[in-house]
Design a protein around this ligand. Structure first.
Ligand code: GLN
Length: 386
């Protein structure tokens, strides 16, 4: 018998839309990945490690070189004080780190707070771990974490919350007031925060990312998760980083050792190289993302679309109703990919209850010409369907 969590489950919206995009040779502004090949020196470091280094099992918690590089990177960029020997674990992508954290920290019947719209992996993982999800919902266009939202998120039974910051698909970076308030709730309710920080490096100025782990009382109750794939625009690499207090890191490492056990050593070596040697990337890449975001926003506005603010991630959201389109987000996205050669993500797919049904998400990590052609095709869809 198939477990009920998976029994009626469709493929993810990202897989569905990318599949349709391939089938219809569409421009893919759906699933979030850059078109650029990634930084050449890191690719070279990986190739060299593949040919000349070990291809046997690395330690389950990761290569020392990468754990050291990660601790130094987070000290430099976020002021975090992490002991690489006891507080950093390498995983096979951030999703595996999230799964390991939920398996290690959630017991049957524990309440787990999730914030809508929510990344699609969270809820099935919470349920499979035996947790009971409790939802709070942010509202566009500001998507703010207010006291009202946090009152919904926490109850007396809450053991764990999952925070995605910067938040996909909202393209928000939570500010100090919001994170400070959230930290107070976590401390007051004795709750652990699993922080999916995979977009932490994709934050164009003037926004600044700050880890919830750095707020008062949070160092011992945060599991921070990063993604080398997102940092370096190599989304298929699936090299994740997990940082926590020694007790929590040890618990998560025990769950990780029986999920994937370890992560390809050559990719770990290359990511360590990137973190140590490519410091300029962490300024250049977000600057470029900011330019691409502004380019797509201008193109979409020219095509008559109402765009929402975007502070971080690869994503820009468009309000269909405010753009004169009366269709649901999902129907519009299906028509766009099948009839107009451009794929996007309907936000309703990222809700469990009371979805927004009029917002679509576009990935701008593409060359300007691709963004312009994508916007032109979306404009043609708008003209045909509005
Ligand atoms: N994080 C990617 C996005 O939001 C999707 C990753 C995936 O397809 N699993 O587009």
């Amino acid at each position: 018998m198939v477990h009920p969590v998976y029994a009626q489950m469709p493929p993810t919206i990202f897989d569905e839309m990318s599949g349709l995009a391939r089938q219809h040779s569409a421009i893919n502004l759906g699933q979030g990945f850059p078109d650029a090949p990634g930084p050449l020196p890191i690719l070279q470091a990986a190739a060299e490690a593949l040919l000349t280094g070990s291809n046997q099992y690395p330690p389950s918690i990761g290569l020392p070189a990468l754990r050291q590089a990660a601790a130094a990177h987070y000290r430099r960029t976020q002021g975090l004080d992490l002991d690489w020997q006891t507080q950093v674990v390498v995983t096979s992508g951030a999703t595996e780190a999230i799964a390991s954290a939920l398996l290690a920290l959630v017991q049957a019947g524990d309440e787990v707070g999730l914030i809508q719209p929510l990344y699609d992996a969270y809820l099935p993982l919470v349920r499979r771990a035996g947790g009971i999800a409790r939802f709070a919902t942010l509202s566009p266009p500001d998507w703010r974490l207010t006291g009202e939202v946090l009152d919904q998120l926490f109850s007396r039974r809450t053991k764990v919350i999952v925070l995605n910051n910067p938040m996909n698909p909202c393209a928000r970076v939570f500010d100090d007031d919001e994170l400070g308030l959230l930290a107070q709730y976590c401390v007051r309710h004795d709750v652990i925060a699993i922080c999916d920080d995979v977009w932490e490096a994709v934050v164009p100025p003037p926004q600044r990312f700050k880890s919830l782990m750095a707020f008062p009382g949070m160092a011992g109750r945060t599991v921070k998760i990063g993604s080398a794939g997102k940092m370096f625009g190599l989304t298929g690499w699936k090299v994740g980083l997990m940082m926590a207090s020694p007790d929590l890191a040890n618990a998560v490492a025990r769950a990780h050792q029986f999920l994937t056990f370890t992560t390809p050593p050559n990719l770990q070596t290359a990511v360590a190289y990137g973190l140590n040697e490519m410091r300029g990337w962490f300024t250049d890449m977000p600057n470029q993302m900011g330019r691409s975001r502004d380019h797509l926003a201008a193109s979409m506005t020219k095509q008559g679309f109402a765009v929402l603010p975007s502070q971080a991630t690869y994503f820009l959201n468009v309000d269909l109703a405010a753009s004169g389109i009366a269709m649901s987000d999902r129907d519009f996205c299906l028509r766009c990919v099948i009839d107009h050669g451009v794929a996007a993500i309907p936000l309703s797919a990222l809700y469990e209850q009371d979805p927004q049904t009029s917002l679509i998400r576009l990935c701008f990590a593409k060359p300007d010409e691709t963004l312009d052609e994508g916007a032109r095709r979306l404009g043609a869809a708008r003209a045909a369907l509005a």
